[in-house]
Design a protein around this ligand. Structure first.
Ligand SMILES: Cc1cc2nc3c(=O)[nH]c(=O)nc-3n(C[C@H](O)[C@H](O)[C@H](O)COP(=O)(O)O)c2cc1C
Length: 205
């Protein structure tokens, strides 16, 4: 059982990383493997809507999106973490996620998702909602915590002082572990839910 954790901050060990580390401690206690990969410090371009991925099964831009895709396919849970920028997620992370989710053909149903956000003061829950959209469009159940998975801090390291924020990270990690295990059992017993052929009506006909 393993969790892939994406750090969307340009700071390697900033406040977003502190939140992820707190979750990682719990995964370790629970015997679940986890890996933090930082993407927020990379030059990641946005999706150009060429749709070549529909034929190739991967993005035409052969960068960390294609490198990380197999890890996403193999994981049981995905954590997306972002610093809040103008009440939204970090732009580099969004470019990464748009291309990762759009270009990967594998079934994501019942991989457990969780998002966490770090900010000085505002825009946390809007960013949290934004990130959860990646999960809820593709059958990924969202692990929730005791609040809207957020931690406060401005300068690097300040998040260590946010006791409630850190507790929230531990809670969502425990909930995620429980959900992943429950889903593993459920898959054995009942199999994945049946999928109908996709009906795409695009609102015009
Ligand atoms: C471009 C930019 C925009 C920001 N916008 C917000 C914001 O809208 N709300 C907020 O509370 N903090 C904002 N911040 C502060 C960061 O979210 C905060 O410093 C956070 O802890 C950084 O996380 P990190 O250390 O993981 O990079 C902004 C920072 C930058 C650089």
């Amino acid at each position: 059982m393993n969790v892939l954790m994406i750090n969307g901050s340009p700071h390697k060990q900033g406040n977003t990383y502190i939140a992820l580390q707190e979750m990682q401690k719990i995964f370790e206690q629970e015997g679940i493997d986890s890996e933090i990969i930082q993407v927020g410090n990379k030059a990641i371009r946005g999706c150009i809507a060429c749709r070549a991925c529909a034929q190739n099964g991967k993005c035409v831009f052969d960068d960390c999106v294609n490198e990380i895709a197999p890890k996403f396919e193999a994981c049981d849970g995905l954590v997306i973490a972002s610093p809040v920028y103008y009440a939204s997620a970090n732009g580099t992370l969004i470019s990464f996620l748009d291309r990762l989710f759009f270009s990967t053909p594998f079934d994501k149903t019942m991989k457990v998702g969780a998002s966490v956000v770090a900010a000085r003061r505002g825009g946390l829950s809007a960013t949290f909602d934004e990130l959860n959209k990646y999960f809820t469009i593709c059958g990924m159940p969202v692990a929730s915590g005791q609040y809207w998975n957020s931690i406060h801090g401005r300068e690097i390291g300040e998040a260590t002082e946010d006791a409630e924020g850190l507790q929230g990270m531990r809670t969502v990690a425990r909930n995620m572990a429980f959900l992943m295990r429950s889903i593993e059992l459920g898959k054995e017993k009942y199999g994945l839910p049946k999928k109908e052929p996709f009906l795409r009506t695009d609102f015009i006909r």
